[in-house]
Design a protein around this ligand. Structure first.
Ligand code: TEU
Length: 538
C-alpha cells in the first residue's frame, strides 16, 4: 500500500503526448509511443507522469477542448491503449496523472450540442448564457486567446461565455447536475487505476461574469471541497490544482494538509518576473535575481508545514528555461544543470517537462511554422493594433507556447527519432547535437544530472522535509540557500550569470560533502559561469 502523502517524495514528469513519441507515422505522438518509452522514464527514476489531455477533442487548443471525457482521441489511440499504459507504467512503479479540464468543454461536446438546441433543453444550463442583442455583448470581458469572452448564438438570441477560445465554452459550475456528471466521470477514471489528476485552470471554475469575476470566485473553495470529497478522497491520489491567481494564503487552502482540497498547488508567481507589470506575457522585461529570490523565499517559508507547492521551470505553456534564465549558447549544458540543481534542492514536488532533462531550447521559427492558437491569435491581434512585425516575432520567439511543444529529441536520426512521418510541428534543428541517445551515454550530460538529482531526493529526507533559509539575499548573481531538518542539512549554491561571482561558504560548510555539482571553477571563494552544487552535512 502507498504511504500517506507519498506524493511529497515524488518527482513528476510531464508528457505533452502529441510531441513525445509517434508510433504510427502520422506525425503526431500517441499512447503507444509513450508505452515504448516507459523504460526510459523508469531509468530517469520518476514516480509519476502527468499526461496533457488525450481525451476526444477537435484539438482547437491541442486537447484542452474536450468533446468526450470518457474516450481517447483516435489520434492518440484507444481506451485499451490507455489501460495498457496504466498497467505498463504501474509495473515500473510509475503512476499516470490525467489532465482534467473542468472549466470548459469543447463546443463539440454532446452537452454543448444539446445546449444549442434550445433554452429549455436540459443541457442548456450546463453552460453560461446571457441574453443580449447581436453586436452588444453583456460586458467587455475578454477571452485569454483574444477577442470578446462572449459568443453570439443567433438561433437562441443569446451569448455564451468562454474564457479561452470560442470553441471552449465555459461550464456552469453553479448547476449541481454539471458537478454530479463531472464526479461520475472522475470516479470512472479512478476505477481504471489512474494515480491522480492535474486540474486545469481550476481557479477559474467559480466565475461570476456579471461581476467581471473569473479567477478566485466566491464559491471556488466550496466547489473544490465538494469535488474532492466526492471523488479524490476516496482514493490515495495525487492531485494538483493549476492556479495562476494563487497567493500564499490561497495556496494554503488548495493544499491544506487536512486533504480537503488537493495534494498541492501549481502556481506561477515566479513566472511573471520577466514580464512588464500589469501587461501581457508577450511584453518582456529583464529578469531580476533579487526579485526572484524574494518570491522563492516567500513560497518556501510561507507553505512550510502548512501546504505543499509544485517546483517547476517549464510546462507546455511556458518557454524553455535555458533560453529564458540560463544560456542556450556557450553555457547551455552548464546553465541547464545549474537550473536543475537549484530547483531540485527546494521544498515541494519537482516537475520535469519533457525535453527539459536534456536541455532543449526555444525555437526561432517563421510565423507560418507556429501552430498554437494563442500565438496565432496574438500575432493577428497585435498586427491589427499597429505593433511591428519584428516586435511581435521577438515576443513569439521568447514566449510562444510552441517553444515547449516541438518534438522530443530522441536521437540524431530522421526527425530526431520522434516520427517516421512529417511531424505536426517542425523539429528543433539542434537535435543532431542535443538528444536523449547522446546524453544517456555521457555521464556529464544534463540528463545524468537530472537523474542524479532524483536519486538524491530519494536518498536524503532533507530534500523533502528540510526547512528553507535564504543566504546572500542581496547578491545580484548568486542564489544560495540551506535546508535543514533533524536527519541532515544541505546547502545549495548557484551562479545565475556567465560572469564569475564571489561567494564564500559559511565557516561550518567548508568541509561538507559535495552531493552534486556541475563543474568547479576551482577558485576559492569564486563561482564560475553558471556554477552550482549541493553540499551535505549532518
Ligand atoms: O492554461 C491556463 C492558462 O491560463 C493559460 O492558457 C495561460 O493563459 C497561457 O497558457 C499563458 O501563455 C491551461 C492549460 O495549461 C493550457 O494549455 C490551456 O490552453 C488552458 O488552460 C485552457 O484549457
Amino acid at each position: 500500500a502507498l504511504e500517506k502523502d507519498w506524493w511529497k517524495r515524488a518527482v513528476i514528469y510531464q508528457i505533452y503526448p502529441r510531441s513525445f513519441k509517434d508510433s504510427d507515422g502520422d506525425g503526431i505522438g500517441d499512447l503507444q509511443g509513450i508505452i515504448s518509452r516507459l523504460d526510459y522514464l523508469a531509468d530517469l527514476g520518476i514516480d509519476a507522469v502527468w499526461l496533457s489531455p488525450v481525451c476526444r477533442s477537435p484539438q482547437d487548443d491541442n486537447g484542452y477542448d474536450i468533446s468526450d471525457y470518457q474516450d481517447i482521441d483516435p489520434m492518440f489511440g484507444t481506451l485499451a491503449d490507455m489501460e495498457e499504459l496504466i498497467a505498463g507504467a504501474g509495473k515500473r512503479g510509475i503512476k499516470i496523472i490525467l489532465d482534467l479540464v473542468l472549466n470548459h468543454t469543447s463546443d463539440e461536446h454532446v452537452w454543448f450540442r444539446e445546449a444549442l438546441k434550445g433554452r429549455d433543453n436540459p443541457y442548456h444550463d450546463y453552460y453560461v448564457w446571457r441574453d443580449g442583442a447581436q453586436g452588444q455583448p453583456p460586458n467587455e470581458m475578454q477571452a485569454a486567446f483574444g477577442g470578446s469572452a462572449w459568443e453570439w448564438v443567433p438561433e437562441l438570441s443569446q451569448y455564451y461565455f468562454h474564457q479561452f477560445s470560442v470553441k471552449q465554452p465555459d461550464l456552469n459550475w453553479e448547476n449541481p447536475q454539471v458537478r454530479r456528471e463531472i464526479y461520475e466521470m472522475i470516479l470512472w477514471w479512478m476505477k481504471k487505476g489512474v494515480g491522480g489528476f492535474r486540474l486545469d485552470v481550476i481557479d477559474q471554475i467559480a466565475k461570476e461574469p456579471d461581476r467581471l469575476i473569473t479567477g478566485n470566485g466566491p464559491r471556488l473553495h466550496e466547489f473544490i471541497r465538494e469535488l474532492s470529497r466526492e471523488t479524490f478522497r476516496k482514493g490515495n491520489l495525487i492531485t494538483v490544482g493549476e492556479a495562476w491567481g494563487a497567493d500564499v494564503e490561497r495556496a494554503k487552502l488548495y493544499s491544506n494538509p487536512d486533504g480537503s482540497e488537493f495534494s498541492m498547488v501549481f502556481q506561477f508567481e515566479h513566472m511573471g518576473i520577466d514580464q512588464q507589470e500589469g501587461k501581457e506575457k508577450w511584453d518582456l522585461a529583464p529578469f531580476s535575481l533579487v526579485k526572484f529570490k524574494e518570491i522563492m523565499e516567500k513560497w518556501q517559508t510561507g507553505l512550510y508545514g502548512c501546504g505543499w507547492n509544485s517546483l517547476f521551470w517549464e510546462n507546455h505553456d511556458l518557454p524553455r528555461i535555458i533560453s529564458r534564465w540560463g544560456d542556450d549558447g556557450e553555457y547551455r549544458s552548464q546553465s541547464a544543470k545549474m537550473l536543475a540543481i537549484v530547483l531540485h534542492g527546494m521544498q515541494g514536488t519537482p516537475y520535469i517537462y519533457q525535453g527539459e532533462e536534456i536541455g532543449m531550447k526555444n525555437v526561432q521559427y517563421e510565423y507560418g511554422e507556429y501552430r498554437d492558437i494563442e500565438t496565432i491569435n496574438m500575432y493577428k491581434e497585435r498586427l491589427a493594433n499597429g505593433f511591428s512585425e519584428g516586435d511581435i516575432m521577438d515576443s513569439i520567439h521568447a514566449r510562444s507556447r510552441d517553444n515547449a511543444r516541438t518534438p522530443m529529441q530522441w536521437n540524431d536520426g530522421v526527425n530526431a527519432g520522434f516520427s517516421d512521418g512529417t511531424p505536426w510541428i517542425k523539429v528543433n534543428p539542434d537535435y543532431t547535437e542535443v538528444n536523449v541517445k547522446q546524453q544517456m551515454e555521457d555521464e556529464n550530460s544534463v540528463y545524468c544530472c537530472y537523474k542524479k538529482l532524483i536519486g538524491l531526493r530519494k536518498k536524503y529526507p532533507v530534500f523533502v522535509d528540510g526547512k528553507f533559509e535564504l543566504l546572500a539575499r542581496d547578491h545580484e548573481r548568486i542564489f544560495a540557500y540551506t535546508r535543514s531538518c533533524e536527519s541532515g542539512k544541505i546547502l545549495v549554491y548557484a551562479n545565475f550569470s556567465s560572469e564569475e561571482a564571489a561567494f564564500s561558504l559559511p565557516e561550518k560548510w567548508r568541509d561538507a560533502e559535495t552531493l552534486i555539482c556541475n563543474e568547479s571553477s576551482g577558485k576559492n571563494g569564486m563561482l564560475g559561469a553558471y556554477e552550482a552544487g549541493i553540499l551535505y552535512r549532518q
